[in-house]
Ligand binder design. Structure first.
Ligand SMILES: NC(=O)c1ccc[n+]([C@@H]2O[C@H](COP(=O)([O-])OP(=O)(O)OC[C@H]3O[C@@H](n4cnc5c(N)ncnc54)[C@H](O)[C@@H]3O)[C@@H](O)[C@H]2O)c1
Length: 357
């Protein structure tokens, strides 16, 4: 289907905004009309790389432009609601960087505003557009792993200590949005327990651990850390049939599928039906699915255009982003309670949007 090109403005020209600007400018669906930042020099340095893009430090003026149909927001999390609220009120579709907002209330306000105005609100959960994560979702949906038993996700490196959010709100949205996308029922932990530490006295957790018991007895564990000199981006998802390992820093083999595991059979051992477990180990092959290489942000900007054209929620819509914020808020409550397990209201299973590979 050929679509008309639409106009977009990128708000925030710091670290991540230039990547959005580059992908919008390269897209057949979009014309990059403006780059806006409170710091005009920054806006200029990005806009100057893309013919036809205006640099501005005046969001109101950018939003008043009739040739701007959508706004992509790459400002700090605490400013997302303010910028997105103005954009939605001016009738613009909105793409917001992760996390959707700095609180559940702010996120819910954005989702209501978008619904009220009939506009697309999409979160940039970038990893949900990577070939590796798409393949993980496909393998799990096809039953290649069997029932999920555990998830272990590690995201550690020397990271920028963010001024407005802690390490959970900065890094865990990646892991949580991936789990929401690949697990058959979406991200629906029965509880959240968090422990965090601030060993340098930065005023917020700089490293931490999330424990998420899942429906059916499985457990997900997420480790995030801004202070690690080594960079690790790894997720292990174990199932009753197979286990997959995603190592995002190994481009020659990002995904490995292990046909190995533990089988446990319960047998009756006497007439009053006492039972005994018999354990055996499967030692099969390991294989690496072939993966295409493409920049996920190119798929993000295409998905935004498709959702607008087709009048449907985006793959990573406001509801998906709120499921992530719900877990982060429960993690805050757990941290405040010294790591206590905080029960979560079971979210409804997400509607599955068909995903082209
Ligand atoms: N998807 C990803 O993989 C990914 C990666 C990095 C960052 N991010 C997200 O992108 C967002 C921005 O992060 P960053 O690292 O680029 O931050 P940054 O601090 O480098 O840049 C933010 C920019 O926004 C500008 N700004 C602040 N308030 C503004 C406002 N009201 N109007 C216009 N401009 C404003 C600042 O002047 C600055 O230039 C965050 O939500 C972050 O979590 C996402």
């Amino acid at each position: 289907m050929t679509r008309g090109r639409r106009g977009v403005a990128v708000v925030g020209a710091g670290y991540w905004g230039p990547n959005l600007a580059r992908n919008f400018a390269a897209s057949d669906d979009w014309d990059l009309r403006a780059v806006c930042d409170l710091d005009l020099a920054r806006a200029r340095s990005v806009a100057d790389r893309h013919a036809g893009a205006e640099a501005s430090d005046d969001l109101t003026a950018v939003l008043a432009r009739d040739d701007v149909d959508a706004v992509a927001i790459a400002t700090p999390a605490r400013t997302h609601l303010g910028v997105a609220g103005q954009a939605l009120a001016r009738g613009k579709h909105v793409l917001v960087e992760k996390p959707l907002a700095h609180s559940g209330d702010a996120g819910r306000a954005m989702v209501s505003l978008a619904a009220e105005h009939g506009l697309v609100l999409m979160a940039d959960h970038t990893y949900c557009y990577t070939p590796a994560v798409l393949k993980m979702r496909e393998l799990i949906a096809d039953g290649a792993l069997g029932d999920i038993l555990f998830v272990d996700s590690v995201r550690i490196n020397l990271g920028l200590v963010q001024p407005d959010v802690d390490v959970f709100w900065d890094l865990a949205p990646h892991d949580l949005s991936i789990l929401d996308f690949v697990l058959p029922g979406g991200l629906r932990p029965t509880a959240v327990a968090a422990s965090g530490a601030d060993p340098l006295g930065a005023g917020k957790a700089c490293l931490g651990y999330l424990n998420l018991p899942l429906v059916g007895g499985a457990m997900a564990h997420v480790q995030v850390n801004w202070l690690s000199p080594t960079k690790i981006r790894q997720m292990v998802i174990g199932g009753t049939r197979r286990t997959l390992v995603w190592d995002d820093l190994n481009p020659s083999q990002r995904l490995s599928v292990y046909d190995r595991g533990v089988d446990l059979t319960q047998q009756a051992v006497d007439t009053v039906d006492r039972r005994q477990a018999s354990i055996s180990y499967r030692l099969g092959d390991t294989w690496a699915p072939a993966l295409a290489e493409h920049e996920p942000l190119a798929a993000v900007v295409t998905e935004l255009a498709a959702a607008i054209d087709e009048g449907r929620p985006a793959r990573t819509d406001g509801a998906a982003a709120l499921r992530v914020l719900d877990v982060l808020e429960a993690a805050d409550a757990s941290l405040a309670a010294g790591g206590a397990r905080i029960g979560t209201a079971p979210a409804a299973a997400p509607a599955r949007i068909g995903v082209p590979a």
